[in-house]
Design a protein around this ligand. Structure first.
Ligand code: T1G
Length: 691
């Protein structure tokens, strides 16, 4: 875990705790022992702490949180480093994150490799830096800059760290040798600075700059109570001694680590990584090489998917049936990149570079050199099967044939080819170049290495890939359909669109279901219902009145030209009342809690069915899908995590009542939900059983 070797007058202490050098108890103990041994060794004049792996350290071991931590604690280790009688230099390669950067801040100098990234991401876990970061970083680089870094949770690169003053040097040559030279310099000087004692950053100008930054950051993070705590702790660097500030930080950290929001965010952190473990797929299954892609269809989804490849430096051919359709697609891509350039997220040079990776061609023969082909055409089984049978002819052997269908049976699509083992679903979420979720739909015949390729390609595209099984709507959309039906029923039973949307945004979603429907367009759902022969009285009535949502200037709400603000419309509310009357429903009012119950319980119920049918391998996969594909509020963990906290007995009982009241059998508690509820178990218990 920690090795120390004397190199001349230097003790080189190396952390070796793969995969990310998390500072678990063994590492903490090893570091304290190594520093104590160096201090006692007369031949040692200075110490360098380095990593033997690809990264310095990813910080505290998150898996230890909530458990009894073995001594020394991270603060105790960090205090021991700062008080060392011999100078210590941190040699930072890869990342220094969280407690890893806090450890480096307690060292007497910091040297980084050019590729290093340094940050304090604790806010993303609902926490604050808990080992001196809130007190040392402001003293090192100034309170305003420190607050920006800690409240964003985003790392800075070595160059920025140098200009900010987080590191003293960036090693162009050998990192450890540069650090050792720095350590010997400090030893020769006979004195070295302690960050905690620095006071030259607490000027009145610095205070003013901090207060300005604090107002903006507090406004932006209004729904993150841990950021408010962070602001108070950084303010304390102007008003308290280092020791007082450290004590306050510790008290607040221990409070937050016990907070439900942080527990949910830590659950999310591990759940997103758990998705890489696919039952029946060995983790050393080799993916197929992907050097070139093709996307069939240059519509909204196809063009977004093509951008995903270009953004990941994978050359991609966009295939359409006509020059006109292709031009529209290429223009859409160019326009989307232009918006990113205007926003400053990419430079115009980067835009040109990415566009150069996208080639447009008419005709399926253009897919011949692609290692993966993603079909993203009209949601029609006949059209898709025709394309897949053609792909057999035009795609090279070994190419992966993927469909972006959002609910069709991919077993049937695969049956149109002679190579069903190469067929997989890659279900992107709109806008494909933005949404992180990728449902990897495994058919009965998808080969293991095709699944492995889809997972590694998904991560390469910056997605969170989750393997799911074939069923109507797979996981996300199958559960969403339940919420959509429930939302429609709420309108008929007495609620109004703005009341439902308000309850859902208050719950933590960015948008409510009706504002979302107006944004996506009501005609899409209308077309699907008509193809399936199903009805949604209010939504159908709106579409029959030409109210297709924002694109038509009116849907559930009305919109002014060029303005996305949703305005209540009495015409819609009258239409809804008419529908209730025509269905002989006596309208009533609903509280926000009742609205949430009516919307989310049926979703959880469908999630239970999905688990029972093994369409999803584990409950956390369902949560990851909703967090990354539908903006479920991360601090609530996901629908199944949330359901465990509501209580499955309560959910089952309420579903019984809702089913009886509505006469809708689909609201009957699912078999698995009923069983867990009666045995007083949770979805988390089930997940532990299924490991
Ligand atoms: N603790 C425990 N396990 C960790 C970990 C951590 N800090 N970081 C990563 N892992 C595991 C992860 O679960 C996965 O496990 C494997 O390492 C590879 O991770 C006191 C309180 C470092 C940029 O928030 O950002 O310090 O699934 O798939 O894509 O103030 O991991 O393989 O079994 O993400 O190369 C603050 C979190 C902690 C950093 C590498 N630190 N980690 O990314 O690999 S709190 C963080 C990351 C703290 C102090 C506070 C990334 C990474 P498995 P990976 P990657």
């Amino acid at each position: 875990m920690v090795r120390a070797e004397n190199k001349g007058k230097i003790s080189l202490v190396s952390i070796d705790n793969p995969p990310v050098n998390a500072l678990n108890a063994d590492v903490r103990q090893g570091l304290v022992k190594a520093v104590q041994a160096a201090a006692a060794d007369p031949n040692v004049q200075a110490i360098v702490i380095a990593s033997s792996g690809k990264t310095f350290t990813a910080g505290a071991d998150i898996a230890e949180f909530g458990k009894l931590a073995r001594p020394p604690s991270l603060p105790e280790l960090i205090a021991a480093l700062e008080k060392s009688p011999k100078p210590i230099v941190a040699a930072i390669n890869g990342v220094a994150l969280g407690g890893g950067l806090e450890l480096a801040l307690a060292c007497h100098s910091r040297v980084a490799s050019p590729d290093a990234k340094l940050g304090l991401p604790e806010v993303k876990l609902g926490l604050i830096p808990g080992s001196g970061g809130t007190q040392r970083l402001p003293r090192l680089i100034g309170a305003a800059a420190a607050l920006q870094i800690m409240s964003s949770g985003e790392p800075v690169d070595a160059k920025a760290a140098l200009s900010l003053g987080i590191v003293d040097a960036v090693a162009e040559g050998n990192l450890v040798e540069t650090a050792m030279a720095q350590a010997l310099n400090l030893a020769r000087n006979g004195s070295w600075p302690l960050v905690s004692e620095s006071t030259d950053r607490s000027t009145s100008e610095a205070r003013e700059a901090f207060e300005v930054a604090a107002v903006e950051i507090s406004r932006r993070a209004a729904e993150m109570p841990n950021v408010a705590t962070l602001v108070e702790l950084v303010r304390a660097t102007f008003e308290m001694s280092f020791e007082e500030g450290l004590a306050l930080e510790r008290e607040q950290f221990l409070r937050l680590i016990a907070d439900d929001r942080s527990k949910a965010l830590r659950y999310v952190f591990f759940s997103e990584r758990e998705t890489a473990r696919v039952p029946g797929l060995s983790r050393d299954t080799l993916p197929r090489p992907i050097n070139r892609a093709a996307v069939i269809g240059a519509g909204t989804m196809g063009s977004g998917i093509a951008m995903c490849f270009a953004n990941a430096d994978i050359p991609v051919t966009v295939v359409e049936t006509s020059g006109a359709a292709l031009s529209r697609g290429m223009e859409r891509i160019e326009g989307t990149y232009d918006v990113s350039v205007k926003r400053g997220t990419i430079t115009s040079e980067e835009k040109e570079r990415r566009i150069a990776l996208i080639r447009g061609q008419v005709g399926l023969e253009a897919v011949g050199d692609a290692d993966v082909v993603v079909e993203a055409v009209f949601e029609d089984m006949g059209v898709k099967k025709a394309i897949f049978s053609e792909l057999d002819r035009f795609s090279r052997q070994g190419a992966i044939l993927a469909t972006n269908t959002s609910y069709l049976d991919i077993n049937e699509i695969a049956s149109a080819t002679a190579r069903p083992e190469d067929v997989v679903g890659l279900h992107f979420f709109s806008p494909a170049n933005v949404m992180r979720l990728l449902e990897v739909v495994r058919t009965d015949k998808t080969a293991p290495d095709v699944v492995a390729t889809a997972l590694s390609l998904g991560r390469r595209l910056g997605k969170v890939p989750v393997v799911v099984g074939v069923c109507f709507g797979f996981v996300g959309n199958r559960m969403l359909a339940r919420r959509t039906t429930a939302a429609e029923r709420l309108l008929v039973d007495g609620a109004l669109p703005h009341e439902v949307d308000a309850a859902v945004t208050q719950f933590g979603f960015r948008m409510g279901p009706f504002a979302m429907a107006d944004l996506a367009g009501l005609d899409i759902g209308w077309r699907t219902r008509r193809s399936l022969g199903t009805k949604a009285a209010v939504a159908d009535a709106l579409c029959e009145a030409g109210r297709f949502g924002q694109k038509a200037g009116r849907g559930y709400y009305t919109y002014k030209e060029g303005d996305r603000t949703a305005h209540r419309d009495p015409e819609v509310e009258h239409l809804i009342e008419e529908v209730s009357y025509s269905l002989a429903v006596k309208r009533r009012t609903f509280t926000a809690d009742e609205i949430i119950e009516r919307l989310m319980y049926p979703m959880v119920n469908e999630g239970a069915r999905i688990l029972d049918e093994r369409i999803a391998a584990r409950t956390s996969d369902i949560d990851v899908i909703w967090l990354n594909g539908y903006n479920w509020p991360a601090w609530r963990g996901g629908p199944m995590y949330w359901a465990d906290r509501v209580g499955l007995r309560r959910i089952a009982a309420r579903l019984e009542v809702l089913s009886e009241e509505s006469g809708d059998d689909s609201l009957e508690p699912a078999r698995l939900l009923q069983r867990l509820a009666s045995e007083e178990r949770t979805f988390a218990d089930l997940a532990r059983e299924r490991v």
